[in-house]
Design a protein around this ligand. Structure first.
Ligand code: ZN
Length: 121
């Protein structure tokens, strides 16, 4: 399993073409809300149960549907929710490897997550 920092570094590299910090890529985002959501997902600081548990706002940290830690990776890659379903369908249509770094660095997929997601992340 890749560490969060490694994934963030890889995503930043793909977005900017450079391997240094996250820079804005305005063409990648439909709006400011999408940019905020994308960065929250990349940093793992969003209102998913695993993070909410870390900050003392949720008891178990588990996904309500699956009963496993509700991390960003679980939410967009493995869950039974509609977000994961749509992300997987997109990756299969475009025959791209289904990795968290690929998902979080692809503007089209981030737009899909914004459209399908019903939670405040
Ligand atoms: Zn789940």
């Amino acid at each position: 399993m890749q560490s969060c920092c490694r994934i963030i570094q890889e995503v930043a590299s793909r977005c900017t073409g450079r391997n240094e910090g996250l820079l804005h890529n305005l063409d990648m985002y439909a709006n400011r809300g999408m940019e905020v959501m994308a960065n929250r997902l990349r940093f793992g600081r969003c209102r998913l149960n695993a993070y909410l548990q870390q900050i003392g706002r949720q008891e178990t940290g588990l996904c309500d549907s699956c009963g496993v830690p509700e991390t960003v990776s679980h939410y967009v890659m493995d869950c039974t929710n509609d977000v994961t379903k749509e992300v997987k369908a997109h990756r299969q249509r475009h025959r791209q490897e289904h990795t968290l770094a690929n998902v979080l660095s692809n503007g089209e997929i981030l737009r899909i997550i914004c459209q399908v997601n019903t939670r405040c992340l």
